[in-house]
Ligand binder design. Structure first.
Ligand code: ATP
Length: 274
């Protein structure tokens, strides 16, 4: 049986929506009954905090998983369950969600990865023995060209690139496509699922000029096939993240349309069980 897919949410600038897309894709798949392993590969550890996981002083994090031998740190010991969430009188059940967390100490893994000469494959190799316990793994890398970003790229066989719907987003997309091009030869199993324009702004029925221009530019750059629907600029998304739920839990499933389409693209790689 083939391994479950590992999705990496890539972007070489801050604030492009990497953690949001990783988080919401995982929550969406978790709601469908698919066991999800999140891997927080960013020392800023937004994903760890968005999921409400507290790193315990005596439990390993991704740092130990990447830098210590398997005999010393068992990867299973680093996997934390994502806690359920109270929303009014409801409980949002997170039983399908798991996380290998990080904290700012993860930064130091860059030195170890650099000296290994194999950073592209270290995370992939470490996940290999346990990934079959899940239906999908989702990796959130840091927003720069570090060894942590390289090991995230190499861990994935499905890449998605969120890019803010403005000039900075287009520039981040260009840099990210360059990164993929540079390493693609060594990663023949990697496939780009698509680009998600992030924080698209609309006034009434129309996109703002900046949003329209950037989405048109992105389409010209990557072609229509790779264009995914946009994520709208919306306080509902921010509230959902702060309350550790999804827009669907706040009665706004329409805001997750991009995530729904992304999940559909992933479907052929998921086990028939789901
Ligand atoms: P970094 O690499 O710097 O951690 P990132 O690419 O992971 O950034 P996110 O953390 O996903 O980006 O998102 C950036 C910010 O945008 C977050 O503060 C998040 O709360 C906010 N945000 C997420 N979704 C939306 C939305 N639909 N509308 C407006 N803001 C949003």
């Amino acid at each position: 049986m083939p391994n479950p897919p590992t999705v990496v949410s890539l972007g070489l600038a801050g604030g492009q929506g990497k953690s949001t897309v990783a988080l919401m894709l995982g929550r969406y798949l978790g709601r469908l009954g698919i066991p999800v392993l999140f891997v927080d590969c960013d020392p800023q550890s937004s994903l760890t905090s968005f999921l409400g996981v507290q790193v315990q002083p005596d439990t390993p994090t991704l740092l130990e998983v990447l830098t210590q031998p398997e005999e010393k740190t068992k990867i299973l010991d680093a996997i934390a369950p994502v806690p359920d969430v109270k929303l009014g009188d409801r409980t949002i059940n997170n039983t399908n969600l798991f996380l290998i967390p990080s904290d700012d100490g993860l930064e130091s893994a860059n030195y170890k990865l650099a000296s290994s000469g194999l950073s592209l494959f270290i995370l992939r190799n470490r996940l290999q023995p346990i990934v079959n316990n899940f239906g999908v793994a989702i990796v959130d890398p840091p927003p720069e060209r570090s060894h942590l970003a390289q090991t995230s790229l190499g861990a994935g066989d499905r890449w998605v690139i969120p890019a803010e719907s403005n000039v900075k987003g287009v520039q981040s997309l260009l840099r990210t496509l360059e990164l993929i091009k540079e390493f693609k030869g060594a990663l023949p199993y990697g496939e780009l699922l698509g680009i998600v324009p992030f924080r698209a702004r609309w006034t009434g029925l129309h996109p703002t000029t900046a949003t329209k221009t950037s989405i048109d530019t992105i389409r010209q750059l990557v072609g229509s096939e790779l264009m995914l629907p946009h994520i709208l600029e919306s306080d509902v998304f921010k509230n959902a993240i702060n309350q550790r739920v999804a827009p669907t839990d706040l009665g706004q499933p329409n805001l997750e349309y991009a995530i729904h389409v992304l999940a559909q693209r992933l479907k052929p790689a998921l086990s028939e069980e789901y």
